[in-house]
Design a protein around this ligand. Structure first.
Ligand code: NDP
Ligand code: OXD
Length: 308
């Protein structure tokens, strides 16, 4: 079997080593060195150039190196073959750690203590008990649910909004437009872990921020397209929102002159909340390829009609 690897931001050599370990006998080619395209049955990709996958006449499976698949689904020439996405313990643990860190940063007043340290001032400030702080999630899938479970061990009050209602111990579930309207006013923190689809694009806008209580903090670790950045800046400037932690942006890399970089109440990371490391994620690629080969159901299959 021949596999084509295509990613501008992952090390092809590291992936070659791991693919050889988990899929001995499979030949890995690295785009654009495709060789004879008719040989290629599996494409392993992150942000492939539009039209690239359509050049592979015998393609049987697309494996996304990302958990989010909108960069693949937006290709109008995308061939009609199964698409599986990355779901891996290592990535999930990374994301839960990122979310917990950002919630703790704001809740435990680390922004204020950093400012005090700069002035060599010893000043104890009061923070609310975690049991009185509500963290709401937009999206309670692999990453939202795992992040909520992690925060549960720290005693936060937890809520989550998803398409279908969920039953997760210690997490109050909301769904549908009414559910969102009911959840938002209760959230001291709002964490976005939705897929980017036609339904979720721009969901974090002025009207959503207005529905949050004054002083709320927004954390976006999903996609830049979920957030209307100018509305966020307005909500921070007016003092309605206290802060924001952002890992993803409408334009990546975030342009150097973007006002978000310099806003004192915004914490920025460069799309690193959950990373697909080859050493811990190649096994997921191998599982999908083996399932295809054996004719078994494919794990983590994307439902194209839903867009995630
Ligand atoms: P999942 O598909 O497992 O979960 C998505 C969740 O969103 C589900 O609970 C789903 O509801 C809910 N949802 C989808 N559409 C709607 C809607 N219209 N209304 C309400 N709820 C909706 O995805 P993951 O948890 O694995 O990943 C989430 C996203 O995180 C990815 O799509 C990606 O964009 C982002 N990501 C970011 C990373 C980073 O480094 N910053 C790393 C990895 C992922 P239901 O359960 O009912 O279907
Ligand atoms: C992903 C990502 O979707 O890295 O996995 O953003």
């Amino acid at each position: 079997m021949t596999l084509l690897f295509c990613s501008a931001s992952d090390s092809a050599e590291d992936w070659r080593r791991e693919i050889a370990r988990h899929l001995p006998g499979v030949e890995m080619r690295v785009w654009p060195e495709t060789g004879e395209v008719a040989d290629i049955e599996v494409a392993v990709v992150w942000k492939p150039p539009a039209g690239m996958l359509a050049t592979l006449p015998n393609l049987k499976l697309i494996v996304s190196l990302g958990a989010g698949v909108e960069p693949i689904l937006q290709d109008p020439t995308l061939p009609d073959v199964p698409l599986v996405r990355m779901v891996a313990d290592g990535l999930t643990v990374d994301m839960a750690g990122y979310v917990a860190f950002q919630v703790l940063y704001w809740h435990r007043l680390m922004d204020g203590y950093a400012a005090l340290q700069a002035k060599a001032r010893w000043e104890q400030r009061d923070h609310r008990p975690a049991s009185e702080v509500t963290v709401g999630f937009l999206g309670l899938g692999e990453l939202g649910a795992a992040s909520a479970r992690t925060l549960r061990t720290l005693d936060y009050r937890l809520m989550g909004w998803s398409r279908s209602p969920k039953s997760i111990e210690g997490v109050e579930s909301f769904s549908g437009p009414d559910g969102l309207a009911e959840m938002l006013p209760k959230c001291d923190f709002l964490v976005c872990l939705l897929p980017l689809t036609d339904e979720t694009r721009g969901i974090m806008d002025a009207s959503l921020f207005a529905a949050l209580p004054k002083g709320a903090v927004v954390i976006n670790a999903a996609r830049g397209g979920h957030l209307v950045e100018s509305d966020l800046l307005d909500a921070l400037e007016s003092g309605h929102l206290h802060g924001a932690s952002l890992d993803v942006f409408a334009t990546e890399p975030l342009p150097a002159d973007h006002p978000l970089w310099r806003h004192p109440q915004v914490r920025i990371t460069p799309h690193v909340a959950g990373i697909t490391h080859p050493s811990r994620c190649a096994v997921q690629v191998a599982d999908a390829v083996k399932a295809l080969h054996d004719g078994r159901p494919l794990p983590n299959l994307v439902d194209r009609s839903r867009g995630y």
